[in-house]
Design a protein around this ligand. Structure first.
Ligand code: DGL
Length: 246
């Protein structure tokens, strides 16, 4: 069974990509909206929260855990892998290497949480593929607004924080909540190219399943959704987003 976690419903953008890869498995999705945002918390605090979620998912029978959260991946995956050597952890990272591979010269904006942008893991990636034409933009509170689902507030936030970057070509969506607001971002920045880490993470999951000889396309798909804040509206929103594709 595959456990997927995020600090809310944003990880649905990762699960959608996983399903596009034809992975039919049993999934438990853990939306930790009670602790949203992770991005403003210290590494120690995020690790202790995420470890609690991981223990819960392992007790429910998961043997693979997808960290469908850039912040949790950046801050916790190294430590989780050493503390749980028998569990397979798949982590996401901002798709900055994709910019290097597909559109390296153009002006790039990396949108992510403060926690992700300040992490050792992201900084190593950034310095490795730096195109010298990149702006790193910590988007404080944006994941919370997306979680809340209020388009008026989201549009106001983007207008205030993105309008000075109208000459941008590439936008790295370095938080799993952000692919949900591509159209809102386009309203401010126009027809930019988006780079999203969920494609890479789902392909990595396929590779790992294949290397373990686990049959994944002939199985049955099922999903259990859990939200830590017991907000009943989250489940409906998550299921709608999951079936809406994009
Ligand atoms: N979805 C998380 C990420 O990818 C959300 C950020 C947060 O909780 O601050 O980074």
């Amino acid at each position: 069974m595959v456990g997927i976690l995020d600090s809310g419903i944003g990880g649905v953008t990762v699960l959608r990509e996983i399903l596009k890869q034809g992975i039919n498995a049993k999934f438990i999705y853990y939306s930790d909206s009670k602790h949203n945002p992770y991005g403003d918390k210290s590494e120690e605090e995020v690790y202790s929260i995420v470890k609690g979620v991981v223990d819960y998912l392992l007790n429910r029978g998961c043997d693979i855990i997808v960290l469908a959260c850039n912040t949790a991946s950046a801050m916790c995956v190294k430590r989780l892998r050493s503390e749980y050597p028998d569990t397979l952890f798949i982590a996401i990272e901002p798709a900055y290497k994709m910019v290097h591979d597909y559109n390296p010269k153009d002006k790039t904006l990396v949108m992510a949480t403060e926690g992700t942008l300040n992490s050792e893991k992201f900084l190593a990636l950034y310095h490795k593929y730096d195109n010298k034409n990149t702006i790193l933009l910590p988007c404080k509170r944006l994941a919370e607004l997306i979680e809340e689902g209020n388009d008026v507030k989201i549009d106001r936030y983007l207008e205030e924080n993105l309008s000075k970057y109208k000459d941008i070509d590439n936008v790295v969506l370095g938080c799993t909540h952000y692919p949900l607001i591509k159209e809102n971002i386009r309203k401010v920045l126009g027809n930019v190219k988006f780079f999203d880490g969920s494609v890479g993470v789902s392909k990595e999951l396929v590779r790992q399943l294949q290397s373990r000889d686990i049959k994944f396309s002939s199985g049955k798909f099922s999903i259990v959704f859990i939200d830590s804040s017991d907000d009943v509206s989250k489940k409906n929103r998550f299921m709608e987003l999951l079936s809406s594709g994009e």
